[in-house]
Design a protein around this ligand. Sequence first.
Ligand SMILES: [Zn+2]
Ligand SMILES: [Zn+2]
Length: 184
Amino acid sequence: MRGCTKCGLEKDESEFYRNKRFGLTHWCKPCFKVSQDTRRRDNPELWAIRARDAAKRHYWSHHEEAKERLRIKGATQEFRKYQNRWKRTPKGRVHVARYNARRREVTKNDARLSLEDVHRLLHLQDNQCSACARTFTDELPYTLDHIHPASLGGVLQEGNVQLLCGSCNSRKGNRVEAGGYKLG
Ligand SMILES: [Zn+2]
Ligand SMILES: [Zn+2]
C-alpha cells in the first residue's frame, strides 16, 4: 500500500504510475488524470506542441522499423484499405482519408513552434509573465498567447507569441496588446 499525497488515500502500488527515473509517483493514477485534464484544458496550445514533439521523437526512434514495414510487399495496398475505412470519432463516423485531409487543413496554421522555442522564449522573458511580470511557477504556469489573436488570423509562430500567466491571458482576450518577444 502507498499513500497518495494529493487525495490522501491509501492505495495499492498498482494504482500509481511508475517513473523510470524516480520510481513510483507520489500521486495516484486518478489524481494524475485530473491534474493532466486541467492542464490540457487551460493550456491547449502548449499541450499540442508537447504532443507533436512526443510524436516526432516517437517517429524518429522507430522510423527504421516504419520504413521496413513500408518495404514489405503489399504495404501500399494495406494503407489504401486503411484510408478507405470509416472510423468512429466523438462526432460520429468519418471516412478516414477525408478526416485526415481535413485535420491537415485545420492544423496547418497551428503551432509552428517546437518545445525548444518555448523554452527559449521562457529564457528571454526571464521566466516571467510579459504583462504582470510575476515569475512562473507550478502554481502560476505559463500559457502561450497569440499577440495577434488567432481569431483574427494570428498564427502561433515566431514573432507572434509571448508567454503570459493564465489570468493575464484571459484578461487580454482578443485584443492586440503588449510588446511580445521575438525569437531568434
Ligand atoms: Zn490520489
Ligand atoms: Zn500575468
